[in-house]
Design a protein around this ligand. Structure first.
Ligand SMILES: Nc1ncnc2c1ncn2[C@@H]1O[C@H](COP(=O)(O)OP(=O)(O)OP(=O)(O)O)[C@@H](O)[C@H]1O
Length: 333
């Protein structure tokens, strides 16, 4: 049986802006996305995520590297010939066109007759639950609806690869949560490969099966989202992914106490040094002899705070020893 080509195979992409003394925005970035798979490219602001996406889309010329989409080498092709569905933050809808015409635009540009393009657009609008809004002007939509139209426009191209740059960034928290759920189901249904750029770890974990973590132009770790979160390669990755307990050690090392290493309500009592309520409970920091131990407790677990102390058992076997690279370069070199 022949293996189907990956939706995306990007090899050794490098890009420097502004000559030899400029910024190395991407360095030797290699990424694959299989058909039907969602991969999140995750990293702090300025680490080069958008640059990589723009190179893949053909909007930026790399200094070196190659891009294949669905088994086809598109490195030398202009964006419109790459057959990629794009949803960019600033990839605005055409204000003078109706919702349906916006979505039908891609199929029309590909040369499909108007009725066929409209039929594809209707199908894509149905996928994002906007079937009834086809005749609206895009200026008459809410933020969430406009975001879904942009998504439908990408889906209507029936591309093997969808690129999404911070697709939920302009929305409020409630809509983000709602669309996150919808997107996951949608991605599973359409079968395209999806590469999603985000600086939000929760979004990456909620949407993607696999993540690639970028720092200063380079991918520093990639793998199954769950594995990367549970076993970060270094202290910097752990801190970026939101792990709260990293105890610096001599010799450039660091101990990571993951959440699953801590059992609340059993073991020794430790004094609470600080507490901060949050929407579903509270965050407490305990004076553990090995180092300060910060825990996010649910409302129910908060009942374990007794006389300013909490009993916890730390499973030593689950503590991970990592290289402490948190002080290393933060800006692209
Ligand atoms: N056209 C450009 N000319 C010069 N420098 C640029 C250009 N575009 C991006 N950069 C720089 O390249 C680096 C990577 O930028 P990029 O936009 O790819 O990062 P990012 O991870 O997508 O950031 P964000 O999450 O803030 O969008 C940054 O230091 C940025 O200032």
């Amino acid at each position: 049986m022949t293996k189907t080509s990956p939706a995306l195979d990007a090899q050794n992409l490098s890009k420097r802006y502004g000559g030899v003394n400029g910024i190395q925005a991407a360095k030797d970035v290699s990424l694959t996305v299989e058909a039907g798979e969602t991969v999140a490219l995750l990293g702090p602001s300025g680490c080069g995520k958008s640059t990589v996406l723009r190179i893949i889309a053909g909007l930026e010329v790399p200094d070196s590297g190659a891009v294949q989409v669905g088994g086809r080498d598109v490195t030398a092709l202009p964006p419109e010939a790459r057959h990629i569905g794009l949803v960019f933050q600033d990839y605005a809808l055409f204000p003078h066109l109706s919702v349906l015409d916006n979505v039908a635009y891609g199929p029309r540009v590909r040369g499909l007759p108007r009725p066929t393009a409209a039929a594809q657009a209707r199908e894509a609008l149905a996928l994002v639950n906007l079937a009834e809004l086809g005749s609206r002007r895009v200026t008459e939509l809410s933020g969430g609806q406009a975001q879904r139209v942009a998504l439908a426009r990408a889906l209507a191209t029936a591309s093997p690869l969808l690129l999404l740059d911070e697709p939920l960034s302009n929305l409020d928290e409630r809509l983000r949560a709602e669309l996150r759920g919808e997107l996951r189901a949608l991605f599973a249904r359409v079968g395209a490969g999806v590469l999603l750029v985000t600086h939000d770890q929760r979004e990456a974990l909620a949407l993607a099966g696999r993540v690639a973590v970028m720092r200063a132009g380079q991918i520093v770790q990639q793998g199954a989202a769950r594995d990367v979160f549970r076993h970060p390669a270094t202290a910097w990755v752990a801190a970026f992914l939101g792990h709260l307990n990293l105890w610096a050690q001599p010799g450039g090392l660091c101990l990571l106490v993951p959440e699953q290493a801590v059992t609340v309500g059993e073991g020794e009592p430790y004094p609470v040094m600080a507490r901060q309520p949050h929407d579903s409970g509270e965050t407490v920091t305990l004076a553990h002899p090995r180092g300060p131990l910060t825990l996010s407790l649910s409302a129910r677990e908060s009942l374990h705070i007794v006389d300013g102390q909490v009993r916890v058992r730390v499973d030593e076997g689950r503590i991970q020893r990592l290289v402490d690279d948190r002080e290393a370069v933060n800006t692209p070199i």
